[in-house]
Ligand binder design. Structure first.
Ligand SMILES: NC(=O)c1ccc[n+]([C@@H]2O[C@H](COP(=O)([O-])OP(=O)(O)OC[C@H]3O[C@@H](n4cnc5c(N)ncnc54)[C@H](OP(=O)(O)O)[C@@H]3O)[C@@H](O)[C@H]2O)c1
Length: 162
């Protein structure tokens, strides 16, 4: 089991606008589906509301201090980072942190690997951004061309030298 951040990010680090993704690329949605299917995905309450439904064939773990969700198959409501990490110990697959920005921030120190789709756009009027330094402790290990100018880069956490 690994804890993996997965994000699509514009040239200016934008990731959201009006509680939605500010772009539509089916190749990236397909890549996201292929990568996360069969595993667990962790999302903040805003992203949950924006999706409006659980993503199929994945355990949907939603994080919220006080929000409520009608019980339904495939969805687990959690109240803290610690609760998610405790739960992760019992999972066989990987745990993908899928956003948004506040949830990435919550898990920033435990993410071992980032999968980042670089969107070839600058979204001037976006309202949710990744911090400019979120990959500082990471190094690129792989790169995949999705077409349409989209590049997926995989980053591993750099080894800490003692
Ligand atoms: N480009 C991408 O790859 C991507 C991916 C996902 C989302 N997005 C976009 O990002 C935007 C949403 O991002 P966001 O930062 O506003 O919201 P978010 O991370 O989806 O949700 C934030 C909420 O999650 C809960 N939460 C976060 N950390 C928590 C913690 N440590 N303990 C308990 N609850 C916690 C809180 O819910 P409560 O307030 O209910 O307590 C918090 O208000 C949308 O525009 C969405 O489309 C983009």
């Amino acid at each position: 089991m690994a804890i993996i951040g997965i994000v699509a990010i514009a040239k200016n680090y934008a990731i959201g606008k009006d509680e939605k993704l500010p772009w539509h690329y089916s190749s990236d949605l397909k890549f996201f589906k292929q990568t996360t299917t069969g595993n667990a995905i962790v999302m903040g309450f805003n992203t949950w509301k924006s999706l409006g439904r659980p993503l199929p064939n994945r355990l949907n773990i939603v994080l919220s201090r006080s929000g409520n969700i009608e019980p339904r198959p495939g969805v687990l409501l959690t109240r803290s980072k610690e609760e998610v990490l405790e739960l992760s110990r019992y999972l066989k697959g990987d745990v993908f942190i899928i956003g948004g920005a506040r949830t990435f921030e919550t898990f920033a120190d435990v993410i071992e690997k980032w999968i980042v789709t670089e969107i070839p756009e600058t979204v001037e009027d976006a309202d949710v951004f990744m911090p400019g330094d979120f990959l500082n402790a990471f190094e690129t290990v792989d790169s995949l061309d999705l077409g349409d100018g989209l590049l997926v880069k995989t980053f591993h956490r750099k080894a800490v030298l003692m």
